[in-house]
Design a binder for this molecule. Structure first.
Ligand code: ADP
Ligand code: MG
Length: 409
């Protein structure tokens, strides 16, 4: 008779993670407690001052936040608005906030639907917000109604705002009060961007209402990156981190541009690699390998929704970069290489024009870089030069993880 209390799986269920104690502390989405936020005291208090009127139901100042990736923009915006919401609740101010990731909601209608659904309490308002089927204007009307009937003041975080298509939603939201769309509810916008050039794309009226306050988040130095990681050390079991792990991960991330996201990615990946090795400690070589893995993961994520044709174009650029000392390449050379790749993958080639459209789209998404247009001699017109933002090996490994690009092809 088998003992029902002992399955062979028990030993697996019973085993504990030998490396991580609280891995979620290293998740990029994780919002750490205030005491784990390092070196952002000034930014936190500036932003808090900027939205301060909201606590008593006044209009928060619209604020633009700039800074490179991993400088804590999203974190600080979420942290400060969350704290404002909690504080206001105790003061009987009906303050609500919404977070929009503009890489996910890119069109005006998507943003308005997401906001209306986020602020709505259908049992109270009797207003429904269907996921599709209404005109953009009808969605705006429902949003304004929801805001006036439920909230004194709302704060809207538009993260990665440069990915929004068009300015209209910024115009509508930033001027809703003046334009008489809202009777009582006040709206404050926190717009966050990695690109300072984002401002150039804005209509002057939108810019002046969005830019009541403006902050730039500087990169972290190696000391700050070390502190940020030290304050998450309890993600690991006691004693598994070798002494040189955090300083090395900090040095790598500081080389990049002082990117805390990179630092935490490297640390998490190093732990995973140690686990895969059945190692009882995370060591320097895990960190070195994790660095490359973090680059590849980041790049794969950027590319994941791209069509095969676009991947082929990036792959073409990476082969050129691999084979020469040059870094920037004109469209004609990329196109020749691209056609060889589509041939060997046995898929259709786009025309050169259409491939260039794809390259420009990829440059917009920061998947590759493009130089300003340069003259190519009299009568020859102008052409762009494209370059990789990552090591060719990283780019190729990321693309080859798509089975359509497997070496068998
Ligand atoms: N000052 C900081 N202290 C602690 N962790 C930080 C700090 N800045 C950033 N991080 C962490 O680094 C990662 C990237 O930060 P994030 O706010 O997403 O950067 P950004 O929005 O500027 O790209 C997140 O996991 C975040 O928790
Ligand atoms: Mg961010």
């Amino acid at each position: 008779m088998t003992d029902e209390n002992h399955s062979p799986l028990d030993s697996i269920w019973e085993s504990e993670d030998p490396i991580f104690a609280n891995k979620e502390l290293l998740d990029i989405e994780h919002i750490p407690n205030e005491d784990r936020i390092i070196g952002r005291e000034d930014e936190i208090s500036s932003l808090a001052n900027s939205i301060h009127p909201a606590i008593r139901g006044g209009k928060p100042r619209n604020t633009l936040i700039y800074g490179k990736t991993g400088t804590g923009k999203s974190l600080v915006a979420k942290h400060v608005t969350q704290s404002a919401e909690e504080f206001a609740r105790d003061r009987d101010t009906k303050l609500d906030r919404a977070y929009i990731d503009c890489t996910q909601a890119t069109t005006e209608t998507q943003v308005v639907i997401t906001l209306a659904r986020s602020f709505n309490q259908p049992e109270t308002t009797d207003i429904t917000v269907p996921l599709s089927g209404l005109s953009t204007n009808a969605y705006y009307d429902r949003l304004w109604n929801i805001l006036d009937s439920l909230h004194d003041v709302v704060i809207i975080i538009l993260d990665e705002v440069d990915k929004l298509q068009g300015n209209n939603v910024l115009m509508q939201l930033s001027r809703a009060g003046e334009a008489g769309k809202l009777e009582t509810c006040k709206v404050g916008i926190l717009a966050i961007s990695n690109k300072i050039s984002f401002k150039d794309s804005l209509d002057e009226r939108v810019l002046s209402s969005l830019q009541e306050r403006e902050f730039i988040f500087p990169p972290y130095d190696a000391n700050q990156l070390r502190e940020i990681m030290r304050h998450r050390e309890d993600a690991f079991r006691e004693g598994v981190l070798s002494d040189d792990v955090i300083p090395l991960a900090a040095a790598f991330a500081a080389q990049e541009h002082g990117d805390a996201r990179k630092a935490l990615d490297i640390l998490r990946n190093a732990g995973e690699l140690a686990k895969e090795d059945d190692s009882d400690a995370v060591r320097e070589d895990h960190v070195r390998n994790a660095r490359q893995k973090a680059d590849i993961d980041r790049f794969s994520k950027l590319l994941q929704d791209q069509p095969t044709q676009s991947k082929a174009a990036v792959y073409a650029l990476s082969l050129l970069a691999d084979a020469s000392d040059e870094e920037e390449f004109p469209t004609r050379r990329i196109y020749e290489q691209y056609e060889r790749i589509t041939d060997s993958l046995d898929i259709d080639s786009l025309s050169q024009r259409r491939m260039v459209d794809r390259l420009n789209e990829l440059a917009f998404l920061d998947i590759l870089g493009v130089t300003d247009r340069v003259g190519r001699g009299r009568g020859k017109g102008i052409t762009n030069l494209y370059y990789l933002l990552e090591d060719p090996t990283v780019v190729q490994t990321a693309i080859e993880s798509d089975p359509r690009f497997s070496p068998a092809n």
